[in-house]
Design a protein around this ligand. Sequence first.
Ligand code: ADP
Ligand code: ZN
Length: 211
Amino acid sequence: MNLILLGPPGAGKGTMAFKLKEEYKLPHISTGDLFREAIKQQTDLGKKVKSIMDAGNLVPDELTSALVKEKLEQPECRRGFILDGFPRTIPQAEALKTFSSIDKVINFTIPEEEIIRRLSGRRVCRSCGESYHTEFIPPAKKGLCDKCSGELYTRDDDTVDAIKNRLAVYRTSTAPLIDFYQKEGLIENVDSSPAPEEVLNILKKILDSRN
Ligand code: ADP
Ligand code: ZN
């Protein structure tokens, strides 16, 4: 099963990808996580993308597509994969077509006020990448991951200014992908305003009935 998770920042793509990965034993490929890891390791890629990401802008298409192509060529992606945060532009979707085929595109929908509320309270585990929310999905112990006891932190692009910019970038560059994949007959719209467990159940119904 080759899956794309589409939707605005804060729609819960990462949270759902994490749960789907456990449920279906598929690799989770998050371009955002790959870039953040490169920044942490201070690689050439990391140095190139740090300021772009912090401002909430998009990393250039060629760079991003090449990174994903390399990942999808790994043996663990042969049985399928979950793409989270890629493609984010039409040129990226065109590039993806040249090196992979997609079975389904889940398009998460959510009101904009809810996005801002979610992102400004988001905390992420530094070790395993699991997402929490100070108010909606609090960890059992403040500041620590339930899964691995890793430290929870606030992403550099979860500031109000960067969030507003990410939403603007989403509207101009990413939203056109809904139409792109609609034309290919691959889109499933999923309201992601309910709690994570409820959204997961809806996703499971869609994915288990897929043929
Ligand atoms: P969110 O979905 O919450 O915005 P991500 O972790 O998916 O967060 O992405 C964070 C940032 O990483 C983006 O704002 C952008 O700078 C960069 N990025 C991630 N995926 C892509 C992509 N496919 N193309 C270009 N830039 C990307
Ligand atoms: Zn963790």
